[in-house]
Design a protein around this ligand. Structure first.
Ligand SMILES: Nc1ncnc2c1ncn2[C@@H]1O[C@H](COP(=O)(O)OP(=O)(O)O)[C@@H](O)[C@H]1O
Ligand SMILES: [Mg+2]
Length: 598
């Protein structure tokens, strides 16, 4: 039940990712916020006595007994009625102003503090997220991942943690106010609690359901809409050829329209409560006035009403804030569902150690040898065993071609060497170490050129440096890599040379140029182990032969594993491994002679 009103588990999960110091600070903030409401309480008591003092004073009666106590505290029992009212009034005003100003200042500080909290959640999540495996990361669409790691994180920090802190403050305020009103006048206390609390609860049940539903729809509608936009930009040619551009434009328009409608609804939900609270205040005031004048004398009735008006001027906004904060928590829980899914998967996973990678071209100590020892590998959830008891040794300086029909496991073989996949049994060792350790110990000693080269929007230089700073790497290294990838001439012919801009995914250059840029990127650190996955497949025959020549020069210095079907690469290799013919548990012998494939 309580979980239906307040999503406690998600709130707890959100706090779990925060460092202890931050949690402590948030606790302090809540307490200070709550403590400020004591100022309100004192002001409330003073107003109550002012009210009755006014009535008794005007009628020249003796003050009520509760007032005598307050007047004694302030040392005003002997003072004139005017002086009593003036001093009590000023003290009340000062208290109320102090409370409002300190609340404003505290909230301002909380806003800034929350940005730190957001950064902390982000960094905690990211540094564990990148410690996941390639397979885990690939399971979600890039749009889902993007949402989870950006918008989803803000939902947790501001939406859940931030609102929870203000919620606790308001809860404390409400408690103190109701308690205060009840000590002055239990009847009014019970009335206030019942009236505002009841209305709040009734409206909350309805608005919370609506708000969660809207937030959920918004999350998935936004992802779907982004996916549509990306589909059109990525597959513009295919879609245009099918004559479907107009249809896609319409789909996007409809999706955006649904989002606008949802957003309008989401913006309106808090107003529902606001209007209902306004009505409650008016109706409550009327009812209480009737009760008061029917049951009390004029002095008591007016003093009671004054207390009610002041209490509700604090209580009703606090209930509104409380409710809206709760609604936002609920919406944020829905909006961060994918992020929570990732957090669940990350349970028990450690953070990746942050490291600086220096630019290195010597790779002393690295031995470019690969050992597969009785390796068993199956994709999780798949019935098909890709490698069963595979033992294979690839020695230093070999150039190995990996062949086999499509789907036979060539890319999986490369991914095992790269440590992107981990065998269920047996070992894969590179330079005597598990691949990931080898990569960390000898940065740049291993390089990989994928089948699909991704280029980001930026210059040729930036694309080749891939994270290294240009102050760290002399241009000579870049030119050398470009030469070896048979691309130097083309880059030289561009006006801006290394600063020539490549558009996202390399859409302003040819497929062959893209592949050669990918190769140059891999060659930058002069790797000792180079893994190429069909990396020359979209090159023309002559370029491929030139690149094959470059690679054959690496013989004896570096180990090259090349997944390739075409003769140019196979002809330079010292060994050809047909991945579909590997027999379990038999050490593959080197076949010295060249294998010719058409
Ligand atoms: N992430 C994955 N999950 C499940 N099966 C996969 C995954 N990736 C590849 N496979 C399957 O593993 C087999 C080998 O794939 P792959 O190594 O990519 O083949 P190749 O590169 O030789 O074409 C294929 O049957 C493919 O469908
Ligand atoms: Mg493949």
């Amino acid at each position: 039940m309580i979980n239906r009103i307040i999503p406690i588990e998600k709130i707890r999960d959100s706090f779990k990712v925060l460092p202890l110091a931050t949690k402590r600070r948030l606790l302090v903030v809540s307490i200070v916020q709550g403590a400020l409401s004591i100022l309100d309480l004192v002001a409330l008591i003073l107003i109550g006595s002012l009210g009755s003092l006014a009535v008794t004073g005007i009628q020249s009666l003796k003050p009520a007994s509760s007032n005598t106590l307050i007047l004694n505290i302030f040392g005003l029992s002997g003072a004139s009625f005017q002086k009593q009212v003036a001093i009590l009034g000023s003290v009340t005003a000062v208290l109320l102003i102090t409370k409002t100003l300190s609340s404003a200042y505290l909230n301002y500080r909380i806003f800034f503090f929350m940005s730190t909290v957001s950064a902390q959640i982000s960094s905690n999540l990211m540094s564990r997220y990148v410690n996941m495996t390639f397979l885990d990361i690939k399971r979600r669409s890039s749009q889902e991942t993007l949402q989870a790691l950006t918008g989803g994180v803000s939902s947790i920090s501001n939406g859940i943690v931030g609102n929870f802190v203000s919620l606790v403050g308001d809860l404390f305020l409400l408690f103190v106010m109701v308690l205060g009103v009840s000590t002055i006048d239990p009847k009014i206390g019970i009335f206030t609690l019942f009236f505002f609390g009841g209305t709040a609860l009734a409206t909350y049940r309805f608005t919370a359901r609506a708000s969660t539903k809207i937030a959920n729809s918004l999350l998935f509608e936004n992802i779907a809409s982004n996916n549509l936009v990306l589909t059109v930009t990525r597959m513009f040619r295919e879609i245009a050829t099918r004559g479907m551009l107009g249809m896609y434009a319409n789909k996007i328009r409809n999706s955006r329209f649904r989002i606008s409608k949802l957003e309008a609804n989401q913006a309106f939900v808090p107003f529902i409560t606001k209007y209902i609270m306004e009505l409650t205040l008016i109706v409550g005031g009327l009812i209480l006035t009737a009760i008061q004048f029917a049951t009390e004398n004029a002095a008591e009735a007016i003093s009671g009403l004054a207390v009610f008006i002041l209490a509700s001027s604090r209580i009703s906004p606090a209930i509104l804030r409380f409710q809206q904060a709760l609604l936002q928590v609920k919406a944020a829980v829905a909006g961060s569902s994918i992020t929570f899914g990732i957090l669940e998967e990350l349970k028990g996973r450690s953070e990746i150690l942050s490291n600086e990678v220096r630019f290195e071209v010597n790779h002393g100590g690295f031995v470019p040898e690969i050992h597969f020892e009785s390796t068993l590998f199956t994709y999780p959830g798949s019935k098909k065993t890709i490698f069963r008891d595979l033992s294979i040794h690839i020695g230093s300086g070999e150039i190995v071609s990996i062949v086999g029909p499509s789907g036979s496991g060539k890319t999986s073989f490369a991914d095992l060497i790269l440590g992107q996949l981990t065998p269920q049994r047996g070992h894969v060792l590179v330079s005597g170490l598990p691949p990931k350790s080898a990569q960390l110990k000898y940065p740049g000693a291993i390089a990989y050129v994928p089948q699909e080269i991704y280029l980001f929007e930026g210059t040729i230089k930036e694309n080749i440096l891939l994270g290294f700073s240009e102050h760290e790497v002399h241009d000579n290294y870049i030119w050398d890599a470009l030469k070896r990838a048979e691309l130097a001439e083309w880059v030289n012919s561009q006006d801006e040379r290394l600063d020539h801009r490549v558009s996202e995914n390399g859409s302003n250059i040819s497929g062959g140029q893209r592949q050669r840029l990918g190769l140059a990127r891999a060659l930058l650190t002069k790797p000792k182990l180079l893994i190429l996955d069909e990396s020359t497949s979209s090159l023309d025959k002559n370029t491929e032969i030139e690149i094959a020549k470059t690679i054959s020069k690496l013989r004896g210095q570096a180990t090259v594993i090349s997944i390739a079907h075409r003769p140019a690469m196979i002809n330079i290799s010292s060994r050809v491994i047909d991945i579909s013919r590997i027999k379990p548990n038999r050490v593959q012998k080197r076949n010295k002679g060249r294998v010719r494939v058409r």
